[in-house]
Ligand binder design. Structure first.
Ligand SMILES: O=P(O)(O)OC[C@H]1O[C@@H](O)[C@H](O)[C@@H](O)[C@@H]1O
Length: 306
């Protein structure tokens, strides 16, 4: 995960960071990274990465022009962390659903306040780790005891996100999740996703029925699919391409709201569906995971150049 061999000792003291600063953006606290090779912004709320900008390049992530940076509100763009369930609770497996006591989609982690665990810096890389202790504080919406630890690794080569869940409870923990990455494009109609060509998918817009993908995924209006694949992907847009390599995932969500849903979506301009696509590294629907006491599972994605 890291190429730095002589890392500085663990330090949470801002005085010892060369490239990372605390910053209040909107109403939220963030870690703002200004490394000579890249910039990045990670919010404590949601452990939410909103920007990753290698030197002399445009942002690799899409952030809505009308995103609201407010306590308790999910940020529209970047990489929301959907955890410990993905999507509509009612569409989850019974083992996952039985722990959920709300209708809200995508879990509570994306609006919860995470704790900073570590910042490591080197001449090549910055790593930021945050944790969320999901205990009885969340009992109103979810039953369980688990810890989520997320590590972002930034370098000139790209950005890696690794989310490790450990079951601290004595019962088996069933959960679903996604790294809900928003990518920018100048024109959705000239964008496509390669690498899903031989997989089956659930089309949530066609009665949640199964279909088989042939060739690249193109975007012709609203698209909302759960692919049964965790294979490497390439996203092609008019500005270039990105490679996505996942770990611990056998499902990938591809989403674009199209014009009608965009008009209804919170914190999202009507036109913005033309300028983004989500390709989400997931453990969704049948790909949910079960952890016995003390066991861990890591879901990760490496976003790089192709
Ligand atoms: O508006 P939210 O809760 O951020 O969800 C956005 C989208 O997230 C995607 O992951 C889902 O597949 C879509 O169905 C959903 O609309």
């Amino acid at each position: 995960m890291s190429e730095s061999s002589n890392r500085p000792p663990l330090s949470l003291s801002p005085g010892q960071w060369s490239f990372t600063r605390w910053k209040t953006i909107g109403q939220l606290e963030a870690l703002d990274v200004h490394h000579p090779l890249f910039k990045a912004t990670v919010f404590l709320q949601g452990a939410h990465l909103t920007h990753f900008v290698p030197r002399d390049e445009a942002d690799w992530l899409f952030l809505s022009d009308t995103a609201r940076l407010e306590p308790g509100r999910a940020i529209r763009g970047g990489i929301p962390i959907c955890w410990p369930w993905f999507g509509d609770p009612a569409r989850n497996a019974p083992e996952v659903r039985k722990r959920i006591h709300t209708d809200s989609a995508h879990g509570f982690a994306r609006t919860a306040l995470w704790k900073l665990e570590d910042v490591r810096e080197s001449a090549h890389e910055v790593e930021i780790s945050l944790s969320l202790d999901a205990n009885e504080d969340f009992a109103e919406v979810w039953t369980g005891h688990a810890i989520a630890l997320i590590t972002f690794s930034f370098s000139i080569r790209g950005c890696q996100v690794a989310l490790t869940t450990t079951n601290l409870g004595s019962d088996p923990l069933a959960f679903s999740q996604a790294l809900h990455s928003y990518f920018p494009t100048s024109d959705i109609s000239r964008s496509r996703v390669l690498g899903l060509g031989s997989s089956n998918y659930i089309d949530t817009l066609r009665n949640w029925e199964y279909f088989s993908q042939e060739g690249p995924v193109y975007f012709e209006g609203e698209t909302d699919r759960i692919y049964e694949s965790g294979e490497p992907l390439t996203i092609i847009t008019p500005a270039g391409s990105r490679k996505l390599k996942s770990v611990g995932s056998d499902s990938t969500v591809v989403w674009n709201p199209g014009p009608d849903k965009a008009a209804r979506l919170s914190d999202f301009p009507d036109y913005a569906w033309k300028n983004m696509l989500c390709v989400e590294t997931a453990n969704a629907t049948g790909d949910y995971r079960v952890l016995y006491e003390g066991q861990s599972h890591t879901l990760g994605v490496l976003i790089g150049r192709s």
